[in-house]
Each structure stands twice: as structure tokens, then as C-alpha cells.
Design a protein around this ligand. Structure first.
Ligand code: GDP
Ligand code: IMO
Ligand code: MG
Length: 428
């Protein structure tokens, strides 16, 4: 199996966890390269369902090395809770590795996240309040603490002192929040260090050694293309590079080692948090209600109801370009079985100009009106179908329309949350 980047093509929650878990067994390592516990990736195996936040979706395969790469931010408490959950369920975490260069989410990052959202008022981003933005902000400001710092108390204390001299005045004077002492944070975080020590390593070296031995790697993207800090709907984005390029910087693996880019694309679209969404349907509308409830569109991380809308082909086209997609995995096609006809956005009309790719200027995008094509639905349950030929003709035509819009072949079609509920057309 050649090394592959798996990436979300919309605003997240496309079913990355399901597809990652489905194919992870064919790889020697699965790497998370960006994001932190803002992610919520669902894996369903038989009657067990897991919502993963920090740990890569390769964890279900004991032979597979699961890596939290240098591009990630890590909440040690959440990571340990996930480790404990898996161990209690008999799933070994012996093959879990955490990059020493991954940044640590501190309590003040969560405080700053909440306070800055409150300050934004009606312009809030709608973050997960997990401290992701402030942690990346301090990484860029070069006052962040990294997983390797946890391993040396003296260094940890020194760096924390520097960080707090910058953060405490902000907490107190700008937001009127309580400040922190070095001792207070050490008391909570140093015990995590002892438990996490065996997992922390030089993961870039580990991965490159594996490649030299002919092994293959699956890079598991979190969030998605339109939430990417550079290519997404800024400022309504997350604070990392979720697109395929992030796999290289976020893992320390050179780009010549990546062969395929698998874009995960839901058969309709969802978004959590604020920001433009041209094909949005209100929850109160019949179609919006159906997509939400049949698709069970509620967040894994925050439990928020997701905004839903018809498939946005303009975004599919854009995601194919920005990520250099080689393959698509279309997910949740079964959910569309409830409709007589289905709308697909094939272009935007922005103040009289037609766009087939996401306009770069945000105010143009804010004005985007979807141009819809209405196609026949199939009005039946396809969750038991396992071969493409056995899908109703209307469902096959819908997949082909998605392929045309994204200029990318659909190697997988997913018709349910379980591993088994998948049609593999071209993936080898
Ligand atoms: P991720 O963040 O991209 O991993 O996606 P989430 O796990 O947040 O959300 C996807 C949801 O859809 C989860 O509840 C999955 O179990 C579920 N799911 C994934 N693929 C399918 C599918 O093909 N059909 C249906 N009905 N549910 C799916
Ligand atoms: P997965 O990996 C959907 C959204 C938040 C908010 C914005 C910024 O499960 O697809 P942040 O806390 O990252 O600063 O929030 O990004 N967001 C997600 N939406 N799925 C996710 O992850 C998300 N992670 C962050 O709702 O709009
Ligand atoms: Mg999710």
C-alpha cells in the first residue's frame, strides 16, 4: 500500500474517522498531523462506537503504529483519558507515539479561547473552546510549551514562567480572569508527564525510518479544507493547515513519500460554528430537518447540532484543487434515500458573476447564491448494498455527478457508519 493523505473536503465531520479506520489496517502507521481535541472522529466496529479526539484512528489495529505528529496540539488530560478508555476496552496503546515537538494545550489556552469568543460577541467563530487557537497562537509567538518540555521539570518551569509573564497580564487586564502560578500548573501537568513519558518520541525520525524499510503511512487529517487557516473561510476557520500540505509539515515526512490524497466528501454538507455556508437549509425546513435527523448531524466533540445543506459542488471542486485529490470517498449516501429529488449546487451566482470554484474574496463568498441542479432521488434504503452495480441507477448517477464536480473518481462509497457498510470501487 502506498502512503496516503486522508483529508476532509468540506467543513469537517465528513466521516474521516470511519474511512480512516476502514483502511488503516493496510498501513504500517497512521499519523495525525494537525489539530487537537477539537476533532471528533467516529469509529463503529460491530456494536462498539468510539469518538476519538486526540488518538489517531489506526489505534484499533495493534500492529499499526499510531502517531500524534509535531503539527498537532495535545491536551494531555484528554489524551490520557483516551488511553485509559482504550486500555480498559482491551485495545492496546503500546504502539501509540507522540511527537516531542507537538505543542501542549494549557489551562490558560482554554480560558483565552472562551474569553476571546465572548469578546467577539455576535461575530464569534463558534470554536470548540478547547484552547486550539490560543495554543497555535503561542506556538507562532514562540512561547509555547512542547511535549518534550514535559520531560524535564526545570525546562518546563522556566518556559512556563516566560509564557505566564506574557499570558497573565492578558488574562487579568484584558479579560478580568484569574491568573496562574507556575506551581499551580506544575501540580496538574507534571504527573501527566510521568504517564506520557513512554509515548513521547522523535516521531519524524521514526516515520522516516519506517519509510526506509518500505513501510506505508496513512496521514489522518482532522477538521477540513474549508476550516484550513490558509485555504478556508477565514476567519471562520480553525488554526492549523488541515489541507493535504499540512501532512508534510505536521509529520516531518518529505512530500516525495506521499502517493495518494483521498478526499472524504459527504453526499451533502454540514458545518459547526459560524461563517458562510451557501447551501444551508434551516433546521425548520423539511429537508433541513430530514438531513439533520436521518444523518444524525450532532457534533462528537461539543454535541452541537450541525448546520446542514445540500451538496456544494463548488467546494468539492475547490477541495480537489487545493489538496490535489487523487481519490474521493463519498460518505453518507444512504442519508439521501429519504428524498424524492435532491438538489446539488453546481455553481455560485455572486452578484451576477458565475463561480465554479470558491471565490477568494470573502465578501464575494458571503454573497454567493447557489445555482442548483435538481436530480431524482432513489427513495429506498441502500445501507445493505455492497457493490456499486447494485445501487439504484439514481444513486449511481448521483455518485457520478459528484465525481464530475470534483474531477476525481470516487474510490469508496459509504452507505452506513459501520466498516462493513462500504462499497470499494477502485481502492487497492
Ligand atoms: P469525522 O469528524 O470526519 O470523522 O466525522 P464524524 O465522526 O464527526 O461524523 C460522521 C458521522 O457519520 C459519524 O456519526 C459516523 O459514524 C457517521 N457515518 C460515517 N459514514 C457514514 C455513512 O456512510 N452513513 C451514515 N449513515 N453514517 C455515517
Ligand atoms: P473533525 O476533525 C467540525 C470548527 C468549530 C469552529 C472552528 C474553529 O471532527 O471534522 P476551533 O475549536 O478549532 O478553534 O474552532 O472550527 N471545528 C470543527 N467543525 N469538525 C471538526 O473536527 C472541527 N474542529 C473545529 O466548530 O467553527
Ligand atoms: Mg467530527
Amino acid at each position: 500500500m502506498s502512503s496516503t493523505v486522508l483529508v476532509g473536503t468540506q467543513w469537517g465531520d465528513e466521516g474521516k474517522g470511519k474511512i480512516c479506520d476502514l483502511i488503516a489496517g493496510d498501513f504500517d502507521a497512521v499519523v495525525r498531523y494537525q489539530g487537537g481535541n477539537n476533532a471528533g472522529h467516529t469509529i463503529v466496529v460491530g456494536d462498539r462506537k468510539y469518538g476519538l479526539h486526540q488518538v489517531p484512528s489506526g489505534i484499533m489495529y495493534p500492529q499499526c503504529v499510531s502517531v500524534i505528529g509535531n503539527g498537532c496540539v495535545v491536551n494531555p488530560k484528554v489524551l490520557l483519558e483516551e488511553i485509559d478508555m482504550f486500555e480498559a476496552d482491551g485495545i492496546s496503546t503500546a504502539n501509540l507515539k507522540v511527537s516531542g515537538n507537538a505543542h501542549i494545550i494549557m489551562p490558560y489556552h482554554m480560558d483565552l479561547d472562551g474569553a476571546s469568543e465572548a469578546r467577539l460577541g455576535k461575530n464569534l467563530i463558534g470554536t470548540t473552546k478547547r484552547g486550539i487557537g490560543p495554543c497555535y497562537m503561542h506556538k507562532m509567538e514562540r512561547i509555547g510549551l512542547r511535549m518534550q518540555d514535559l520531560l524535564d521539570e526545570k525546562i518546563f518551569r522556566e518556559k512556563l514562567e516566560t509564557a505566564l509573564s506574557r499570558v497573565n497580564p492578558e488574562l487579568e487586564l484584558i479579560y478580568g480572569l484569574p491568573t496562574y502560578t507556575v506551581d499551580q500548573i506544575c501540580e496538574e501537568y507534571l504527573p501527566y508527564a510521568e504517564r506520557l513519558r513512554p509515548y513521547i518520541c522523535e516521531s519524524g525520525l521514526l516515520l522516516n525510518d519506517m519509510i526506509d524499510e518500505g513501510k506505508s503511512i496513512l496521514f489522518e487529517g482532522a477538521q477540513a479544507t474549508l476550516l484550513d487557516i490558509d485555504h478556508g473561510t477565514y476567519p471562520f476557520v480553525t488554526s492549523s493547515n488541515c489541507t493535504a500540505g499540512g501532512a508534510v509539515t505536521g509529520s516531518g515526512v518529505g512530500m516525495k513519500n506521499i502517493d495518494r490524497v483521498l478526499g472524504i466528501c459527504k453526499a451533502y454538507i454540514t458545518r459547526v460554528g459560524s461563517g458562510p455556508m451557501p447551501t444551508e437549509l434551516s433546521y425548520e425546513s423539511e429537508e433541513g430537518h430530514t438531513l439533520t435527523e436521518v444523518g444524525y448531524e450532532y457534533g462528537v466533540t461539543t454535541g452541537r447540532r450541525r448546520r446542514v445543506g445540500w451538496l456544494d459542488g463548488v467546494i468539492a471542486n475547490y477541495a480537489a484543487r487545493v489538496n490535489g485529490l487523487t481519490d474521493l470517498a463519498i460518505t453518507k449516501l444512504d442519508v439521501l434515500g429519504s428524498f424524492d429529488t435532491i438538489k446539488v449546487c453546481v455553481a455560485y451566482d455572486c452578484d451576477g458573476t458565475r463561480y465554479t470554484s470558491v471565490p477568494e474574496h470573502q465578501s464575494v463568498f458571503h454573497h454567493a447564491k447557489p445555482v442548483y441542479e435538481e436530480v431524482p432521488g432513489w427513495r429506498c434504503d441502500i445501507s445493505g448494498v455492497r457493490r456499486f452495480e447494485d445501487l439504484p441507477a439514481e444513486a449511481r448517477a448521483y455518485v457520478e455527478l459528484m465525481e464530475d464536480l470534483a474531477h476525481t473518481r470516487a474510490s469508496f462509497v459509504s452507505v452506513g457508519p459501520d466498516r462493513e457498510q462500504t462499497i470499494n470501487r477502485f481502492w487497492k
